[in-house]
Design a protein around this ligand. Structure first.
Ligand SMILES: [Zn+2]
Length: 365
């Protein structure tokens, strides 16, 4: 939702995930398991982990990665007092982990882009998490160290059993797809020559928008949950007397796409990050997941927007995880639409599974 009611910042209750089938009817390739381990776990990282020295780094990351929005969310904005290493700077609430990698099988650069499925076999809870380090030492008898937040979400205590899987489909491309050099008309102008954009059901203009600041490039897509019905969302975004919120697109549960603000204009959907972003609202309640036709429409719209505005596929964010988003306390949006766990890793996994045609198309072009 665009800056709705008081944010209910509930802790993600990692529920048993339903194995979500991609909405497209395309035949998916068999998922190839690249790494799997099961055994005892412990926790590590963050300001309170005195088991790590103050200057201890991470095997997979360097300080330069702090500048990269794909990774910076894993870290605290500033080093905890008295520390210089990335280990203590990890944000213990984020979902990360360490295993004893064999870099011949899973090279560092692959691991940096990978999303792993981390499961608690005893209660069926699972979440997506990012590899960040090598460890624990084999002498511990454990196979993995998890972030305190991840362990808590899965209901795991030190020396409980954990299962971790990385499959080939879960890697996140680090670089945007290489594109042919085509002349670009101004953003927002319709381009009949451009394929991919799904048809709009209707353009319902919202007055709650402004011109983008001069020279602002559209470089990200922000995904929202309306937390209200289609009719309420369309009505709210057309009101200029209240909170003046809006979004570029609203996608109904049946897949109908309504546009309310031109791409070239700035909508009011993500405080602090409106100027470089396109906002897509998905009709749903706080507990809904995406409906299948809605997911297909969203993936198609996102593919079209990525191509048209040359937005890197890694710059698709859930509202609460958008770089620059500045509302104090955060927000529960996009709720559980893209997966049961409130995390950017959930969004990235959904994108990886559903918005993956672009490179293929470009390669074919
Ligand atoms: Zn939102």
């Amino acid at each position: 939702m665009a800056e709705k009611r008081k944010p209910s910042k509930k802790k993600p209750a990692a529920k048993r995930p339903r194995r979500k089938k991609p909405a497209k009817k395309k035949i998916q390739p068999e998922e190839e398991i690249l790494f799997r381990v099961e055994g005892k776990m412990s926790t590590f990282g963050g300001p309170k982990d005195t088991g790590m020295s103050t200057d201890e780094g991470l095997a997979l990351f360097t300080p330069a990665d702090l500048q990269d929005s794909k990774y910076s969310y894993l870290f605290l904005p500033t080093p905890p007092p008295g520390t210089t290493g990335l280990g203590r700077r990890l944000n213990p609430d984020k979902y990360y982990f360490a295993c004893r990698w064999n870099y011949n099988d899973t090279p560092r650069e692959f691991l940096k882009r990978a999303l792993a499925r981390v499961e608690n076999p005893s209660n069926g809870r699972a979440a997506d998490a990012r590899p960040v380090d090598w460890g624990p030492n084999i002498a511990t008898g454990r196979v993995a160290d998890l972030s305190p937040g991840l362990a808590a979400a899965l209901g795991l205590q030190t020396d409980d059993l954990v299962r971790i899987t990385i499959s080939a489909l879960r890697a996140i491309p680090v670089k945007p797809a290489k594109r042919a050099n085509v002349a670009k008309p101004p953003a927002g102008v319709s381009r009949p020559a451009t394929p991919a954009r799904p048809a709009l059901k209707q353009f319902v203009r919202s007055p709650n928008c402004s011109s983008r600041q001069m020279g602002t490039k559209i470089d990200k897509i922000v995904l929202h949950c309306t937390e209200e019905s289609l009719a309420s969302a369309l009505a709210e975004f057309q009101r200029s007397d209240a909170r003046k919120v809006s979004a570029h697109y609203v996608i109904d549960r049946n897949g109908d796409i309504y546009q309310m603000v031109n791409d070239r204009d700035c909508a009011n959907h993500c405080m602090g990050a409106n100027h470089g972003s396109i906002g897509i609202e998905h009709v749903g309640s706080e507990t809904d997941s995406l409906a299948a036709p809605q997911a297909a429409a969203s993936a198609a719209l996102i593919r079209g927007l990525l191509q048209e505005h040359q937005i890197p596929r890694t710059n698709i964010f859930g509202h609460d995880f958008t770089p620059g988003y500045s509302r104090p306390g955060g927000i529960s949006c996009p709720d559980k639409l893209f997966g049961p766990v409130h995390s950017q890793a959930t969004i990235a996994a959904w994108v990886a599974a559903n918005v993956r045609n672009q490179q293929k198309q470009n390669r074919a072009a």
